[in-house]
Design a protein around this ligand. Structure first.
Ligand SMILES: CC/C=C\C/C=C\C/C=C\C/C=C\C=C\C(=O)SCCNC(=O)CCNC(=O)[C@H](O)C(C)(C)COP(=O)(O)OP(=O)(O)OC[C@H]1O[C@@H](n2cnc3c(N)ncnc32)[C@H](O)[C@@H]1OP(=O)(O)O
Ligand SMILES: Cc1cc2nc3c(=O)[nH]c(=O)nc-3n(C[C@H](O)[C@H](O)[C@H](O)COP(=O)(O)OP(=O)(O)OC[C@H]3O[C@@H](n4cnc5c(N)ncnc54)[C@H](O)[C@@H]3O)c2cc1C
Length: 645
């Protein structure tokens, strides 16, 4: 099963080897539990381990293999980030996709050798979503052939970029490019921020950390201001866009080609989110198979809480989603790598499809992941609320994904733009022009769903039902938009009046895609035992997801209430059927205890002993009497006692 999750036996077994190798190297382990450290201690500890990784990486992994590096980072550095997180996630991808060969020789090679540390500085105090209204300006000075970077007002301060505050000495900065008074929109520049020897900020740069966040606090998200700060013309990233010495602008082959670093993260983060969801479910499912509370049969001992149907309903559909997301994530990464290669040859035809797909997936997956993690925390009762479970940190990191790389409701609208265009083609009788991701929009629905109308409905009946729902909502939302426009609204006003419906269409389209990705993967599985378990999980998934969106199919009679009853019964049947395999389904992700960092979710199942040992190690228990008691509480009680006398 691990080979299914990790798209092949090779990487699955490499993960095991890497974990086994690290188990023998105590210097790579957390020196104490992360929840017992201050933010400063965590940053120090993470930097220590980062240095070790840089020194010994070649002994443990093939550093050219992104997935091996990812696993090494998960084991050693964990999810709370590290001082070079953005260096790998965005700085290097931005240089790879946007720097010219010459620029890559100058900077990318140094970045890859970790001679310099970089980040991606785009978002500002006043603007994150609307990139066209960024306020940092890069004005071209033809005389000196330099760009002058400037922060004209407080809202133009860069704000949020990861590792900007304290760790990075370079950044790919996004600024509005002005040449001879003309605004050429957001462009990307390579900008030195700190002296390479002293790490002091360079003259003209104001820089620092933005302070603690909900989670992800090892990362020093930062602020950055420029005071007429000059960089050479050749620091504009010029793989696709160019500015000649005389200020002539040479257009890229696609207007949004400079957004590639964002598309990179959106493509990869689907898998990252699936893994965080699986972390939380591993913890909660293991704990639920140890925790005993209450009885189902009063003549029998107390049961494991995993026997309760409500507990299964709380956890198992999310287990299915974690599998679905990791399968969909593998597809987005493949498409991203393909598009990256095609763009190199000047073919930008798939950029819009990739953008639409990743915008929708990013939004749906992060939202459902956060929901699933929070349910997993609640499924652990009181102990879920303790940081010993580590689920609160997993939640905090994962839920950030709803905001970063494009706020979810905004990104759903990006997909909606694509869907509306596709609906326009259908309306114009040009369905043959629809791309493969939306070809179903041009098909005709059956009059009713065939679920429950054939002896054992296959996945095709479910897929057709999801297609019907997504198609109906897309065409309806597009019709609403077109209707407002016909009545005289501008497109923008009409769009704003239709966005709740449009975003619904985007979610339904994306959920259909996720179901299809799951079906595609299960169909490929050859091993019959594995296929049976995955088929059960997929059946749980399709029934659960369909129930969740059934209102759309009930309202036009595509599904009847008796079919809905059938779907509910199927769901309950598969909850029970999956129960014996539940722990194996989470164990199949093969997370080591070190990677999971959860006292509650350890493989040995000694929950109570481990919790007690953890509590005893809490910094507060170092002394029996805290200074706060000596200083305040004792005098308070003493004076209360004295006044009573
Ligand atoms: C490897 C990593 C693995 C795991 C990660 C795990 C953890 C990560 C941990 C922490 C976080 C790390 C980093 C976080 C970083 C950041 O957050 S960086 C900042 C990200 N910011 C955003 O995402 C901003 C969101 N806004 C936008 O993207 C854009 O402004 C916009 C909303 C898309 C609108 O852009 P714009 O105004 O320029 O465009 P429109 O006029 O609305 O649209 C014009 C047409 O362009 C098309 N378009 C837009 N973007 C793209 C694209 N990227 N590719 C292709 N096409 C694009 C758009 O669809 C329109 O097309 P049309 O409909 O045909 O006109
Ligand atoms: C953990 C974390 C890490 C980050 N790392 C980086 C980084 O490394 N580099 C970087 O540059 N940035 C980074 N960011 C910033 C992040 O990308 C932005 O916060 C994000 O893109 C959202 O933009 P915003 O903050 O401007 O939100 P806003 O756009 O202000 O959103 C506020 C509300 O307005 C709504 N809204 C906005 N526009 C529209 C619209 N057109 N239609 C309908 N509703 C709208 C949103 O849906 C939301 O409800 C990070 C953020 C976080 C939380």
């Amino acid at each position: 099963m691990a080979a299914q999750i990790y798209s092949g036996e090779k990487y699955a077994s490499r993960r095991r080897e890497i974990s086994a190798n690290l188990a023998k190297r105590p210097e790579f382990h957390d020196s104490k539990p992360l929840p017992f450290m201050t933010r400063e201690e965590k940053i120090l500890e993470s930097s220590r381990k980062l240095t070790l990784i840089s020194k010994h990486m070649n002994e443990i992994i093939d550093p050219s293999d992104k997935r091996e590096l990812y696993h090494l980072n998960c084991e050693v550095l964990g999810i709370e980030g590290n001082p070079m997180a953005l260096h790998g996630d965005m700085f290097i991808p931005a240089l790879t996709a946007q720097a010219s060969d010459e620029q890559q020789e100058k900077w990318l090679s140094r970045a890859l050798r970790r001679e310099i540390i970089g980040t991606y500085a785009q978002t500002e105090l006043g603007h994150g979503t609307n990139l066209r209204k960024l306020e940092t300006i890069a004005t071209y000075d033809v005389d000196t052939q330099e760009f002058v970077l400037h922060t004209p007002q407080i809202t133009a301060l860069k704000w949020w970029p990861g590792n900007l505050g304290k760790s990075s000495n370079y950044a790919v900065v996004v600024a509005l490019m002005i040449i001879k008074g003309k605004n050429y929109g957001p462009q990307t520049f390579m900008v030195p921020l700190r002296d390479e020897k002293t790490h002091q900020p360079l003259k003209g740069i104001t820089i620092g950390d933005i302070g603690p966040k909900l989670a992800y606090n090892i990362v020093d998200n930062g602020f950055l201001g420029f005071d007429h700060y000059r960089i050479p013309r050749t620091n504009l990233l010029m793989r696709h866009t160019r500015v000649e010495p005389d200020g002539t602008f040479v257009k890229p082959p696609h207007a949004k080609i400079n957004y590639s670093a964002m598309v990179h993260v959106r493509s990869y983060m689907i898998t990252g989110q699936a893994i965080m969801l699986a972390y939380a479910l591993t913890i909660a499912t293991r704990y639920s198979s140890v925790r005993r509370q209450g009885q189902i049969d009063t003549t029998q001992p107390e049961v494991k809480v995993l026997e309760y149907q409500t507990q299964q309903h709380r956890l198992f559909p999310s287990i299915a989603r974690a599998y679905a997301f990791v399968f969909a994530g593998a597809e987005t990464v493949r498409l991203y790598e393909r598009v990256l290669q095609e763009v190199e040859t000047g073919n930008v035809s798939l950029m819009a499809d990739l953008h639409a797909l990743t915008s929708g997936l990013k939004s749906v997956v992060t939202h459902q992941t956060a929901q699933g993690i929070e349910q997993a925390r609640m499924a652990c009762g009181g102990h879920g609320y303790s940081q010993a479970s580590y689920i609160s940190e997993i939640f905090g990191v994962a839920v950030g994904g709803c905001t970063y790389e494009g706020e979810n409701l905004v990104m759903l609208q990006q997909l909606a733009r694509y869907l509306v265009k596709s609906a326009g083609l259908v309306q114009a009788g040009q369905s043959s022009k629809l791309g493969p991701l939306v070809a179903y929009l041009g098909a005709k629905s059956d009059s009713t769903s065939l679920i429950d109308r054939t002896p054992t409905p296959g996945f095709a009946e479910y897929v057709k039902t999801f297609q019907h729902i997504a198609r109906k909502q897309t065409l309806k939302a597009a019709q609403k938009l077109f209707g407002f426009m016909e009545k005289g609204d501008t497109r923008e006003v009409a769009w704003n009046k239709s966005t709740v419906e449009l975003n619904r269409a985007s979610r339904l389209h994306t959920r259909l895609y996720i179901v299809e990705a799951f079906v595609r993967r299960v169909e490929e599985v050859a091993d019959p035992r594995l296929k049976e378990v995955l088929t059960d999980l997929l059946r749980l998934h399709v029934n659960y997801e369909l129930l969740d969106v059934a209102a759309y199919a009930l309202e036009d009679g595509f599904l009847s209430s008796s079919q809905l009853d059938y779907i509910r019964e199927q769901l309950y049947f598969y909850l029970a059927k999956i129960r014996p395999n539940a722990v194996s389904l989470v164990d199949s992700w093969e997370f080591s205890d070190r990677e999971l960092r959860s006292v509650l979710g350890r493989r040995d199942g000694n929950v109570y002993e481990n919790l007690f040992a953890w509590a005893k190690a809490s910094p507060l228990n170092k002394t029996d009497v805290l200074p706060s008691v000596d200083k305040y509480l004792k005098p308070l009680m003493e004076s209360a006692r004295a006044s009573k006398l």
